[in-house]
Design a binder for this molecule. Structure first.
Ligand code: IPE
Ligand code: IPE
Ligand code: MG
Length: 238
């Protein structure tokens, strides 16, 4: 076991670079998405060994609808198949799966599979895998604010009780601690609307590797680097 007490407890990953990985091989973008999906298992399996209790992965953003209809449809089909294919292993391996993002715009067949997987794995607690699907940080804060406004309008909540804890409880991530480390693959150094509120004090690692090439060994190396960083949270160094 390489478990480190200083390692990140919650790692969030922007799994980027599937399209470029496929294009480099002269293949359609969806080929890259399938290869990317196959990477997830190895990373999830590594988590308990390195002390990562929460893993959150960005699968589809609220902006990804702008892609071609065929890419979007292919991704949605991939998500359905992924859940059907992986449910049994996730359950057996102690993974608790939850989804964040707006489900309203998703195909009801997919939403049903997501709900079923959440229920099926709800007693697991070895690793908490959260999949961000039709997720956008601004969209999430907007939806939370709308719910707060309704609660205030109906008299359930006083405006003076709206503080940062209250807002955090209304986010999709209300069951998650804030991420300690956010990794983005593929060399892009931006957050693309991922966990905007929650990452206020996260450490970031941007790596060149395209997501379908990302290995558990690289994941472990990056997590180990995290242990050496000094997190100050706005205070003076000790
Ligand atoms: C990330 O890979 C997966 C999704 C956004 C669904 P991309 O599809 O963005 O791959 P690149 O960035 O085009 O290489
Ligand atoms: C972010 O990647 C979303 C996911 C990984 C699901 P994108 O590839 O969509 O982000 P941009 O467009 O490069 O900012
Ligand atoms: Mg991309």
């Amino acid at each position: 076991m390489h478990q480190s007490p200083d390692g990140p407890r919650h790692v969030a990953i922007i799994m980027d670079g599937n399209g470029r990985w496929a294009t480099m091989r002269g293949r359609p973008r969806l080929f890259g998405h399938h290869a990317g999906a196959r990477r997830v298992k190895e990373i999830v399996r590594k988590c308990p060994e390195i002390g990562v209790k929460y893993l959150t992965i960005f699968a589809f953003s609220t902006e990804n609808w702008k892609r071609t209809q065929s890419e979007v449809a292919g991704l949605m089909k991939l998500f359905r198949r992924y859940i059907m294919r992986e449910s049994r292993d996730l359950l057996a391996e102690g993974v608790r799966v939850r989804f964040i993002g707006d489900r309203i715009q998703l195909d009801p067949k997919l939403v049903k599979l997501m709900d079923e997987l959440e229920l099926l794995t709800s007693d697991n607690d070895k690793v908490n895998l959260t999949i961000a699907l039709n997720y956008g940080g601004r969209d999430e804060v907007t939806r939370a604010t709308r719910r707060l406004a309704h609660e205030v309008a109906s008299g359930k909540l006083s405006p003076d009780d709206v503080d940062s804890e209250c807002l955090a409880r209304h986010l999709d991530t209300c069951f998650l601690p804030d991420p300690d480390l956010v990794i983005r693959t593929s060399g892009e150094a931006r957050i693309s609307n991922f966990l905007l509120w929650q990452s206020a004090y996260a450490e970031y690692e941007f790596v060149e590797t395209l997501w379908p090439d990302f290995t558990a060994a690289e994941f472990e190396r990056i997590s180990a680097r995290f242990g050496a960083r000094e997190r100050r949270f706005g205070a003076v160094p000790k």
